[in-house]
Ligand binder design. Sequence first.
Ligand code: PGA
Length: 258
Amino acid sequence: MKPFLVIGNLKMNLLSEAEVERYLGELHKAVLGKKFTNSLGVIAPPFVYLHQFRDLPDHFGLGAQDMHWEERGAVTGSVSPLMLKDLKAEYVILGHSERRSLFGETDSMIRDKVDAALKHNLIPIVCIGETEPERESGVTIQVVAGQLQSIFEKLSSLQIEKIVLAYEPRWAIGTGRTPSTSDIFQIKVFIRKWFTENFDAKLADKVRVIYGGSVNSMNLGAVSWEAEMGGVLVGKESLYPRELVKMMELAEAERNSS
Ligand code: PGA
């Protein structure tokens, strides 16, 4: 079984090198003497601080919050997959709802980014999920199906195995509200069914699906392992290194006991 993923998306926070140093100091302190065999942390800091995050503690990987699909050229303000590789990033979050709503990212742009990430051996953490009006009008499954279709249709099984798929209902991000365990589980079942029908059952079993949206150490079980999710994508709470490590410990204990 792959390790339980606790991915921290720091978003546009930590506003100085001094704050970064403080964060890293707290993180190293929080993991001191702890061993993880069944859970893995990933931290996605702002681009400008990636280099400072290169020396993360054991059991942590480095991620970026976005990237462009092109390798180089006239794309003002963008970051190339080659730059991420050079800074030792292993993961990249793609299609986050804030990128979709604030910067107009579409599924086809996200597909291009996923292709580029795979080409450069970066593990894409691909975000999908419905908006509040979509949920209220009962079209969540159709929305998720459309996103899966647009983003994954043309990929091979080998490529899909490498991806982390994050189900993040957009109304749950930063709101303190989460879907029920059974609502999340239904999405998990649907995603499995979609990959079985469009690829095969073997691949469907291998796809890593995680949950994101208002996750904290109190609701962790209810939004993840109780709903058969293989990890979590954490925003606000990831600003507290001790909370991230606590989630890794809870997941570790859960995996060791089951
Ligand atoms: P949140 O953010 O944990 O603050 O809701 C999650 C995310 O944006 O991935």
